[in-house]
Design a protein around this ligand. Structure first.
Ligand code: AVJ
Length: 322
């Protein structure tokens, strides 16, 4: 409702983003990428094993079942770059399939140092696989990987887990165009998209009864308290998951249960939140079968195959650069 901006000489990128998001007129927001500090990454790993959150298991099942076929469609030699490696667990199937035919480099690109370390530990023991991690934003990391490769090498870019769903639809396509611009003919992108399912199932996946997702969402405020010396009182916020039918996405919000003032010294900010006001922290867009192929056609790729999990509707899409 009311925002007071104090003069400030230098702010970190995190502080600047928090400041921009919380001073927006209308709906306040915080960028979802900041959910993944060390605590947030650990909470996300816990979400992935919740019975209500079938997404990660569906993603992994498809890779386990079809990685041989997927890898069989790629030109050799091919190396693997992954945008947001997380724990690295799902990637094992792809790397094992590839390493049966060639020596393989794996480049996880990840802004969370704890996730990067976890993926290096998880995948470090596979024969004939060499890991070179990049602690960088997706496109910067991918550009570095693409520039350093030999002329004959192809790249398989992994963008798994429906992370693309965090972008608004237009921004997601713009992101695919940017990925395409870094690649060259013979390269490929394996894109995971979570498919639309019943609203009840989707809401449960983002508001589990044990409260793990609530903790994951609220931790963003704890992180701001820790890193920007803020004084968010977490007991005065409630996690909320909403289905936005028009945009076909789940939204996570943090609802202020009363009128309250929050100080964020390192962002030079004092915010007054109204009772019932929300801070929007994440969008998870959902897709239809075939939709990734349509996105591919608009962004300079050709969809070579789509594999769908029957238990938890989720699609693995192999997009080729020609
Ligand atoms: C990692 C972005 C795919 O949107 O489903 C899980 C993050 N948020 N539960 C998702 C998340 C709440 C997840 N992604």
């Amino acid at each position: 409702m009311l925002t007071q901006i104090l003069p400030l000489r230098h702010v970190s990128e995190f502080a600047a983003d928090v400041r921009a998001g919380l001073t927006k007129s209308g709906q306040r927001e915080l960028p979802s990428k900041y959910l993944y500090d060390e605590v947030g990454s650990a909470l996300f790993e816990a979400i992935c094993v919740l019975p209500e959150y079938g997404l990660t298991r569906a993603d992994a099942r498809l890779l386990q079942k079809h990685s041989g076929e997927i890898v069989g469609r790629l030109k050799s030699p091919v190396h693997v770059a992954e945008l947001g490696s997380g724990s690295g667990k799902k990637t094992r199937w792809i790397l094992e399939s590839l390493s049966q035919r060639q020596k393989t480099y794996y480049y996880p690109i990840e802004i969370s140092p704890s996730a990067l370390a976890a993926s290096e530990k998880e995948l470090g023991q596979i024969d004939l696989v060499t890991i070179v991690g990049y602690e960088q934003p997706y496109l910067e990391g991918l550009r570095a990987v693409a520039e350093e490769r030999a002329d004959a090498d192809h790249l398989l870019v992994l963008f798994l887990g429906s992370t693309i769903g965090n972008f608004d639809r237009d921004a997601g396509e713009e992101f695919l165009r940017n990925v395409r611009a870094i690649l060259r003919p013979g390269d490929a992108l394996l894109l995971g998209t979570d498919l639309e399912k019943s609203v009840a199932d989707q809401l449960l996946a983002y508001d589990d009864p044990a409260g793990v997702t609530a903790a994951f969402n609220l931790n963003l405020l704890s992180r701001i308290n820790r890193e920007l010396r803020a004084d968010f009182d977490l007991s005065c916020f409630r996690h909320e998951a909403r289905w936005n039918a028009e945009e076909r996405r789940i939204e996570m919000h943090l609802r202020s249960t009363r009128r309250q003032r929050v100080e964020i010294p390192a962002a030079g900010l004092r915010v007054i939140l109204a009772e019932g006001e929300t801070i929007w922290t994440e969008s998870s867009h959902k897709y239809r079968a075939g939709e990734a192929g349509e996105m591919a056609a608009r962004t300079g790729f050709r969809c070579d195959g789509e594999w769908i999990d029957q238990e938890w509707p989720f699609a693995q899409n192999l997009l080729m650069v020609e």
